[in-house]
Design a protein around this ligand. Structure first.
Ligand code: FES
Length: 83
């Protein structure tokens, strides 16, 4: 049982699925919803469910790096970005 404020996950990935409807560039323009879905499938296929979590995020101000992972808890809130 995790302590209070301690994540049960080893890693938590955030995929920005922000969609600005073409008014401005956003991660949804690059199929980020599909990327999130494929990542979730991969987590399940690898048997990592319960250890690795994939979540949706809004804009993280990193348009070219819409996928970010937080390694928990060893690196705290240190996000790593992937393009
Ligand atoms: S629109 Fe995805 S990070 Fe900004």
């Amino acid at each position: 049982m995790p302590k209070q404020n301690e994540s049960p996950y080893v890693s938590h990935g955030f995929v920005c699925t922000n969609d600005r409807g073409g008014e401005r560039k956003s991660c949804a323009d690059n199929n980020s919803q599909l990327i999130k879905s494929k990542l979730k499938d991969a987590v399940n296929e690898k048997g990592w469910k319960g250890k690795v979590r994939i979540s949706t995020s809004g804009c993280m101000g990193a348009l070219r790096q819409g996928l970010q992972f937080d390694d928990l808890p060893s690196e705290g809130m240190g996000f790593r970005s992937f393009s």
